[in-house]
Design a protein around this ligand. Structure first.
Ligand SMILES: Cc1cc2nc3c(=O)[nH]c(=O)nc-3n(C[C@H](O)[C@H](O)[C@H](O)COP(=O)(O)OP(=O)(O)OC[C@H]3O[C@@H](n4cnc5c(N)ncnc54)[C@H](O)[C@@H]3O)c2cc1C
Ligand SMILES: NC(=O)c1ccc[n+]([C@@H]2O[C@H](COP(=O)([O-])OP(=O)(O)OC[C@H]3O[C@@H](n4cnc5c(N)ncnc54)[C@H](OP(=O)(O)O)[C@@H]3O)[C@@H](O)[C@H]2O)c1
Length: 497
């Protein structure tokens, strides 16, 4: 490894304990912490890394939680990371996948086992075992008229009632397995890209359908397994960026979270210095419109003839392969091209995952957004985005959770419904030039903009600023909230007398 990168990795691994000590919320907050304030309870839907991390944050800040997970413990705890291949790994550096401050990675690009183990460890560390209901799909979240609290699946007696709700259902549900035309003609096997463990494809011809991150993982699996020929059949192009922490961080620094007048620059640099002779498979669309894939080996594998990347549309499946309409980059999907039979022994469907539904949430706005929406006590954490530059498992999980905790704890921070609507409409207006709609695509630095327009514009929220950003100074805002509540009570008493 490059000596600078080695040094960076050593510093990173050794500093994890330090950061856990500073930013890791206490596992058992002192009893006096919440004194004078009612103990609030949050329902968390999903036991993937977002649900487990959100729950750990809530516990650490003196709240009670109950996690509801649709699947059993084996496949549910750890979410999607308990349901993918053991060879799956992060495409981005793990420094950008620190889904909780106490996570302790041993590798810069950890694989499935290491990530799942980190989720399970976190779950145990914060005593979430006794607070998780497995095999319990949430189908409704409604407000009880009598108490004003949230009720899960219309069953307050069984599950209790809640002051707040965090929906952490993720974006990767069951594998998507579209039926290909005439696929029953095929002589070989057809499987999903998330189900490759134990598949023996040595010496076989592999056909990979799809052009997303899973297609790249399947390609790497096929190369490592010694497949004789590998063809990726992709009907649309996505950007591929280097697996390099510096490049990824720079790209994530687009504060507007959309195509800007300077977007041509990284696009041009990528085409000229990264794609080079393979510029033809670079997308026509802008870099800040879809989630890019991070991989530095793919182009070399193609150049070395170990794999082919073909753009086009599937006509039909034949006995020995796929009849494929191979087209050029500027020809749209379904447009004219050259038809040919691409032979294969196994078809790997890297066609993605079904999106879990959020329809159990009350209809809060025409758009469900990540931050607490019009119902200030509901936060859809990591389950509303469509595309992003950044990662799902990072510090923003804590930031979004703490926004919710602030709204639940401090009535003075709560905006009126009208103000919240204005905020949503304002964000839409700010991002009106974005090819995807305002809340469909985001970058990390966009969080700064959200922070400014949610915290800094409102003096009643200033006392929460450090807490929201870093989770530190927990007792400070609570002291002030207590003082403010007492002051309001005194005022009320004076008025009543
Ligand atoms: C192979 C693979 C590699 C990936 N690599 C990266 C990467 O490098 N970087 C990155 O940012 N992202 C990556 N992702 C995306 C990945 O989805 C996220 O990083 C992250 O794991 C999502 O975690 P989550 O907890 O939000 O969702 P999930 O892990 O999907 O967990 C959601 C949980 O909610 C449960 N659930 C759903 N609906 C309900 C309901 N109604 N009631 C109760 N429970 C429910 C589900 O059963 C599931 O267990 C990858 C995805 C895959 C498939
Ligand atoms: N290590 C990693 O970082 C990693 C690995 C895997 C997955 N992930 C993440 O997991 C999520 C899912 O990724 P994914 O690659 O599994 O899915 P994806 O991004 O949704 O890509 C699916 C691909 O399959 C194609 N496709 C779908 N249906 C098709 C059909 N009927 N015929 C032909 N092609 C079809 C799609 O084409 P169209 O685009 O034209 O629809 C697309 O190219 C993403 O968020 C991704 O970032 C990350």
């Amino acid at each position: 490894m490059n000596p600078i990168l080695s040094l960076f990795s050593i510093l990173y691994f050794t500093s994890q304990n330090f950061f856990a000590w500073i930013f890791g919320p206490s596992r058992s907050p002192s009893r006096s912490f919440n004194k004078g304030l009612p103990k609030r309870k949050i329902a968390i839907i999903g036991a993937g890394l977002t649900g487990v991390s959100s729950a750990a944050h809530c516990i650490g800040h003196g709240f009670e939680v109950q996690i509801f997970e649709a699947r059993g413990k084996e496949k549910g705890l750890g979410g999607i990371w308990s349901r993918v291949n053991s060879t799956s790994a992060l495409q981005i550096h793990s420094i950008m996948y620190r889904f909780h401050p106490t996570v302790q990675y041993k590798h810069a690009y950890p694989t499935q086992h290491e990530i799942r183990d980190q989720i399970v460890d976190l779950w145990k560390r914060y005593d979430l075992e006794e607070r998780t209901e497995f095999g319990t799909p949430v189908t409704s979240v409604k407000k009880a008229k009598s108490s004003g609290k949230w009720v899960i699946n219309n069953h307050p007696e069984k599950y209790g009632s809640f002051d707040g709700v965090i929906a952490a259902v993720g974006v990767c549900g069951d594998p998507k397995m579209p039926t290909l035309p005439d696929q029953d003609q095929f002589d070989g096997t057809i499987c999903h890209s998330s189900n490759l463990d134990g598949k023996d494809i040595k010496g076989k011809k592999a056909l990979i359908i799809g052009g997303g991150a899973s297609a790249i993982e399947a390609l790497e699996f096929a190369v490592a397994s010694g497949a004789s020929e590998i063809d990726v059949l992709s009907r649309s192009d996505k950007w591929i960026i280097p697996r390099n922490i510096l490049v990824q961080s720079l790209l994530a620094m687009n504060i507007w979270g959309e195509e800007i007048s300077l977007s041509w620059l990284p696009e041009w640099l990528l085409r000229k210095f990264f794609y080079r002779d393979l510029e033809d498979i670079a997308p026509e669309s802008g870099l800040f419109t879809t989630t890019p894939m991070a991989n530095s080996d793919l182009f070399n594998l193609i150049r070395e003839g170990k794999a082919r990347w073909l753009r086009g549309d599937i006509d039909s499946v034949k006995k020995s392969g796929i009849l494929f309409n191979h087209r050029s980059g500027d020809t749209p999907k379904g447009g004219p091209g050259y038809e040919k039979l691409v032979e294969g022994d196994i078809i790997i469907m890297a066609t993605g995952f079904k999106r879990p539904t959020l329809s159990f949430l009350p209809r809060i706005h025409s758009k469900i957004i990540t931050l607490p929406g019009l119902h200030l006590s509901i936060c859809a954490n990591n389950s509303t985005y469509v595309n992003a530059i950044g990662t799902v498992g990072n510090i923003h999980i804590g930031i979004y959770t703490r926004f919710l905790l602030m709204f639940l704890t401090d009535p003075l921070t709560n905006p009126t419904e009208e103000r919240m609507k204005t905020w949503i409409d304002f964000t839409r207006w700010m991002k009106q030039g974005a090819p995807p709609r305002a809340f469909d695509f985001f970058t990390y630095t966009e969080l700064i903009y959200w922070f400014v327009f949610l915290v800094l514009v409102n003096p009643f929220r200033w006392k929460w600023a450090l807490f929201i950003l870093f989770g530190v100074g927990q007792t400070l805002p609570l002291e002030i909230v207590r003082e403010e509540s007492a002051f309001r009570e005194r005022l009320q008493n004076q008025r009543d007398n």
